[in-house]
Design a protein around this ligand. Structure first.
Ligand code: ADP
Ligand code: ASP
Ligand code: MG
Length: 411
């Protein structure tokens, strides 16, 4: 007998039939004697539909009202799933995030969980109920509804598991684990039996949408055993592990992540004097725009070029700010490109292997793909390339690093 927190994503609850199938699955766990707390997403497509409704009324609606709107998607699913469980004779109770209560800060549309009140949930479990909680949402100290950012139901699941000290947090989704890269882009992608938190954090932060980055951070911080599995078929899935396994030789690269959500901006002909970087990036950060990669060229003729990337949604705002900054600095020109993509290779094995970046650059060169920016850390190398070459690049790298042959796959 164990306590499992299970999270079912949008596709897994995407229709009444799928919700019934999840209820069947939960019934089997109950028959084995396990206690269950379930976090669910909105039915697939629902959150996007709600975003569309809002933008048909206002370009930039109030974020508080966005959260009231977006949180309704998950409320539908919790009720339907509880009905399906009750139909099977299983006691079940649904709760919205604010009912639980999942206390968050007040950053609407990207709130962070601060605390979870588990008393009510524990009482329900003790009374033999399956508890079904709406993912992706909470409430701030004033009781305002908040949401946790896209993909946030993963974080609800992990945070519940941490608060309840669950035996395992199981993320049920539409693929049967974490793969060497997105299996929808590379046919030969392989499921990993295990991946370390460190690697999973990099993969998530570099664009792999399989887990929201905050869910991985939470799991690492509170040492929650975390597993990604398919809601459609049985299997071991992928375990996110805390310890690196020294007994098996790790592949140098564990996975490839990519991200189409970035845009690049360059200020050309900036005077090469102290304080320029802060004069350029200060106004950007004051506008609450996050900067990812930054490159400053070596100066020629006392001027230099300064390039950085931002989220694509912030592109026009950043460009507008830069035009003002460029004129204040007497820089020559501002140029931008929002048709870029970032491709990253990730692996803890990189620490003990030389030549990984070179191998990456060779692979891209052999496909004639130009590298626009490069950034590295201890366990990753990222490059910015033209978006149109993204899939070609990922496939090329996947075979260059022989990821189609990884032997970490079980069975
Ligand atoms: P859910 O609705 O269940 O939260 P998501 O769409 O958010 O599901 O995440 C699952 C998707 O993540 C998969 O369908 C897959 O296309 C994508 N994905 C991206 N990178 C990976 C990866 N490395 N391994 C597995 N899936 C990945
Ligand atoms: N429904 C939300 C979204 O689509 C949260 C989630 O599915 O995790 O982003
Ligand atoms: Mg998701």
């Amino acid at each position: 007998m164990a306590l499992f927190v299970q999270k079912y994503g949008g596709t897994s609850v995407g229709s009444v039939e799928r919700i019934e199938a999840v209820a069947d699955k939960l019934q089997r766990f109950r028959e084995q004697g396990h206690d269950l707390v379930v976090a669910v997403s909105a039915m697939s497509g629902e959150t996007n539909r709600l975003v569309g409704l809002a933008s048909s009324i206002q370009d930039a609606p109030s974020l508080r009202e966005m959260d009231v709107l977006l949180s309704t998607g998950e409320q539908v699913t919790i009720a339907l799933l509880c009905m399906a469980l009750e139909k099977r004779g299983i006691a079940a109770r649904s709760y919205t995030g604010s009912q639980v209560r999942i206390l968050t800060d007040s950053s609407h549309t990207k709130a962070r969980i601060q605390d979870i009140d588990v008393e009510r949930i524990q009482a329900d479990i003790a009374a033999g109920c399956v508890v079904v909680v709406a993912g992706f949402q909470g409430a701030d100290a004033q009781g305002n509804i908040t949401t946790l950012g896209r993909g946030g139901s993963d974080t609800t699941g992990v945070a519940l598991a941490a608060a309840l000290k669950a035996d395992e947090c199981q993320i049920y989704t539409d693929v049967d684990g974490v793969y060497t890269t997105d299996p929808r882009v590379v046919e030969g992608a392989q499921r990993l039996e295990k991946i370390t938190f460190e690697e999973m954090l990099e993969m998530a932060s570099l664009g792999s949408k399989i887990l929201q980055i905050r869910s991985v951070e939470f799991a690492g911080k509170y040492k929650v055993p975390l597993r990604v599995l398919s809601s459609f078929e049985d299997g071991p899935g992928t375990l996110i592990t805390i310890e690196e396994d020294d007994t098996v030789e790790k592949p140098v690269i564990s996975g490839i992540a990519f991200n189409r959500d970035e845009a690049k901006l360059t200020v050309l002909g900036v005077p090469d004097i102290p304080g320029v970087a802060s004069k350029i990036l200060g106004p950007i950060s004051r506008a609450n725009i996050e900067v990812d990669m930054i490159v400053q060229n070596i100066a020629a003729d006392q001027t230099t070029d300064f390039t950085f990337t931002v989220h694509r949604n912030d592109y026009s705002k950043a460009e507008e700010i830069l035009r003002q900054v460029a004129s204040d600095l007497s820089a020559r020109e501002v140029v931008g490109n929002n048709k870029i993509a970032k491709v990253s290779i990730v692996g803890v094995g990189m620490r003990s292997h030389a030549g990984v970046a070179t191998k990456m650059f060779d692979s891209l060169a052999s496909e004639n793909i130009n590298i626009q920016m490069i950034s590295t850390s201890e366990i990753k190398v990222s490059v910015v390339i033209a978006e149109k070459y993204l899939e070609l690049a990922v496939r090329g790298l996947h075979s260059a690093f022989e990821l189609d042959k990884v032997d970490t796959v079980s069975e």
